[in-house]
Ligand binder design. Structure first.
Ligand SMILES: O=C(CO)[C@H](O)[C@H](O)COP(=O)(O)O
Length: 180
């Protein structure tokens, strides 16, 4: 079966089955570009405000939807107030992933991991970040703003969002993490 193409004056241009195949391929939705647009919750204390802004600008430029639960100021705040909402959004399934930022990454990480369905990973290199996804199926990335550079933090975010869980033996272990 072929396809007829006409220009604006109605002159027949093509009647070609190869063109049909080409047009159908072009019209087929690209599943990769659809799944790449993720919903991400982000939260930070005063130590992470600049990093949050940089990371959010990057994520939005990539087409992701970012919900900001962090402070937007450098004035001293308490990180649990800004991390629990991120973890709750992940736990409720309202977002695909969470990103949390404080000075060392530890307080934010401890807070997020109080939520049953959250597996938050404190990461400081892209290799550890990749393992957090591949082996631990982490759904929250905790970034230590005072111990990583902004380029390193961005590299970790990219790695986190683009690395898949390997499953297999790691799934069995991840399923044993929950204690209730
Ligand atoms: O890393 C953090 C928690 O794990 C905090 O960002 C850090 O404790 C804040 O410290 P300060 O009040 O001295 O700015």
């Amino acid at each position: 079966m072929g396809i007829l193409l006409y220009n604006s004056t109605g002159i027949k241009l093509f009647n070609n089955r190869f063109l049909t195949i080409f047009v159908l391929i072009k019209l087929k939705p690209n599943p990769t570009s659809q799944t790449l647009h993720m919903k991400i919750a982000i939260g930070n204390d005063h130590a992470g405000t600049d990093y949050k802004n940089t990371i959010t600008a990057y994520l939005e430029s990539e087409g992701h939807k970012v919900t900001n639960y962090g402070t937007d100021s450098d004035e001293s705040v308490d990180y649990p107030d800004f991390v629990h909402p991120v973890a709750a959004a992940v736990e409720a399934g309202n977002v695909d992933y969470g990103i949390i930022i404080c000075g060392s990454g530890n307080g934010a990480n401890m807070t997020a991991n109080k939520h049953q369905k959250v597996r938050s990973a404190l990461c400081w290199t892209k290799e550890i970040t990749a393992l957090a996804r591949e082996h631990n199926d982490a759904n929250v990335l905790s970034i230590p703003a005072r111990f990583t550079s902004e380029p390193q933090a961005l590299e970790m975010v990219k790695t986190f969002l683009n690395t898949d869980f390997e499953g297999g033996r790691h799934l069995r272990r991840v399923e044993k993490i929950a204690c209730s």
